[in-house]
Design a protein around this ligand. Structure first.
Ligand code: FAD
Length: 115
């Protein structure tokens, strides 16, 4: 019998989650409807409540109060997630990412990635 794979550790979960969040933000509409914008706010509120690392979730909850998600369009949302991620990077002593390259990193950078 093959062994059951390990559940995700905090670091892998974080890595996969950021990949999803930045990609989602990059493909969020350029002109979202009011309903889209409300749903995205609700999604982020839910993420901050249910993210399965309690102190990460606590930090995120505080962050969205002091710096509410900017759901106006894909650019503002991408910048918002980039800044939130950089706040975590700073806390963990990781390099600060250049947010002007966020679309290049998560959407436009290497066209071969989807082939
Ligand atoms: P990650 O930080 O996971 O980054 C993945 C990739 O994203 C990088 O390789 C880089 O190409 C790109 N990237 C880096 N910074 C940015 C940016 N600012 N914008 C766009 N792209 C970027 N861990 C803790 O120990 N404590 C916490 O409080 C904590 N809070 C978290 C909160 C959330 C919402 C999430 C999703 C994760 C959190 N984590 C936390 C996990 C942590 O942020 C990392 O995901 C984890 O340490 C793995 O880091 P990594 O080196 O693989 O790169």
């Amino acid at each position: 019998l093959k062994e059951m794979p390990c559940p995700l550790d905090k670091s892998t979960l974080g890595n996969y989650t950021w990949g999803f969040l930045h990609t989602m933000a990059a493909y969020y509409p350029e002109t979202p409807s009011q309903a889209d914008q409300q749903m995205m706010k609700n999604f982020i509120t839910g993420l901050a409540r249910f993210y399965p690392c309690s102190y990460c979730a606590d930090h995120l909850q505080k962050e969205i109060v002091s710096n509410p998600p900017d759901v106006k369009n894909n650019y503002t949302l991408s910048m918002w997630f980039c800044n939130i991620h950089n706040e975590v990077n700073e806390r963990l002593g990781k390099p600060i990412f250049d947010c002007s390259r966020v679309f290049e990193r998560w959407r436009d950078g290497n066209k071969n990635c989807f082939e």
